[in-house]
Design a protein around this ligand. Structure first.
Ligand code: PLP
Length: 395
């Protein structure tokens, strides 16, 4: 199988697997217990916290472990909103292309009396700093802008937005789930107050993540119970998963530059190959995107069929994000960059990983060409386009 769905999840790496097995065998105690097995677990937990912190330029006390990116996003936003409410600030700013973990949390807060401004992005999928600035108000309690988009891979001007927020003393959250381990992330340099990350996007296990919270910024718990995570996240820690995540991130950061350079080269080959298909278009900015992200629209076809036929040919891809597939709504991200509904339906996301080879890229280009031609031959929309009864959206 050619696996090109690394944005959905990555294969748990050897390094993470070994760290997890060792942890389960040797450090299986409850980290809250005072006896030796418990303290052994507490020790590896704190070492993992230090490793995660150092990967993003934070200190260990600023890291809270969660069940993944979704929980980290929910807690960051709800906590900043609760703090805002106490100060009489009930306005929240974010963007139209966020992950649903952010968008749905904001929608829920809207029902609880908050006002939400979703800043648009330009046609390349990047938010303008000036638009974020224009959205800020006296009563803005939080700005949340993702580091890298999960569908089209675009990298947002996080550092500049962070600076803007810092000047106005507005907490700034970034969902860096797709970025950490793949591009440089530094909470100090990039003026970040809250950051979400998730283990399974960099060859760690699923169901584990972390929330970075700048020292001094109050954090409210989502889950009440025991005093774990300094009272901010109750529940006995999933030590093996946390240790596996930390080992994977350390490994990803150690090889980040070489992996990114390789992926970028293969990504650009894949883009160049797919652009040869008539009436196709790359979604998202060509340069300011994740090293491994390719996302295309093909006119006159259905993304779901494309995906299934590629699967038959041994290629695992995605149309839209994994979280939205299963619904027939076109991707909110593609709509936000101005793709009309009918074109947004014909989208394909291919996300490369450190194991992707040049041979796989060549095979993929050929397979996509064949499948697109096959589907177009059966498509009534394509026939209309060809006969001139309908205008092409993608030239
Ligand atoms: C940008 C982004 N945020 C949040 C999440 C959710 O992370 P998790 O699956 O760990 O809950 C994802 C997962 O796809 C994502 O891509």
């Amino acid at each position: 199988m050619i696996y090109l769905d690394n944005a959905a999840t990555t294969k748990t790496g050897q390094v993470a697997q070994q760290a997890m097995v060792a942890c389960m065998e040797e450090c299986w105690g409850n980290p809250s217990s005072l006896h030796t097995p418990g303290q052994r677990a507490a020790e590896v937990l704190e070492r993992a916290r230090e490793e995660i912190a150092s990967a993003i330029g934070a200190s260990a006390q600023e890291i809270y472990f969660t069940s993944g990116g979704s929980e980290a996003d929910n807690q960051a936003i709800r906590s900043a909103a609760a703090l805002g409410r106490r100060q009489g600030k009930t306005h929240l700013v974010s963007t139209a292309i966020e992950h649903h973990a952010v968008l749905h949390t904001l929608a829920a807060l809207e029902k609880e009396g908050f006002t939400v401004t979703l800043v648009p992005v330009d046609e390349s999928g990047i938010v303008k700093v000036a638009d974020v600035e224009a959205a800020l108000r006296e009563d803005t309690a939080l700005v949340s802008v993702m580091f890298a988009n999960n569908e089209i891979g675009t990298l947002q001007p996080v550092e500049e937005i962070g600076r803007l927020c810092r000047e106005r003393k507005i907490p700034f959250h970034t969902d860096a789930v797709q970025a950490v381990g793949h591009v440089p992330v530094d909470v100090e340099q990039q003026n970040i107050d809250l950051l979400s990350l998730s283990g399974h996007k960099f060859h760690g296990p699923r169901g584990v993540g972390a929330l970075y919270v700048r020292r001094g910024l109050p954090l409210f718990p989502l889950i009440e119970g025991g005093a774990q995570e300094r009272g901010k996240r109750a529940g006995t820690e999933n030590t093996p998963a946390i240790v596996g995540m930390a080992a994977a991130l350390k490994e990803a950061c150690a090889h980040r530059e070489e992996n990114a350079a390789r992926e970028r080269k293969l990504r650009d080959q894949l883009i160049a190959g797919l652009e040869q298909i008539p009436h196709s278009a790359l979604n998202g900015d060509r340069e300011r995107r994740l090293p491994g992200n390719v996302n295309f629209c093909f006119e006159g076809i259905e993304g779901e069929s494309l995906l299934l036929l590629l699967d038959d040919k041994g290629i695992a891809a995605s149309s839209g994000s994994a979280c939205t597939s299963g619904s027939l709504d076109p991707s909110h991200v593609l709509l936000a960059i101005g793709r009309p509904h009918e074109v947004a339906h014909g989208s394909l996301r291919l996300t490369l990983g450190e194991e992707t080879t040049e041979e796989e890229i060549t095979k993929t280009i050929q397979a996509v060409e064949e499948v697109v031609a096959y589907l177009r031959a059966m498509s009534p929309v394509w026939r209309q386009l060809q006969k001139g009864e309908r205008a092409y959206v993608i030239q």
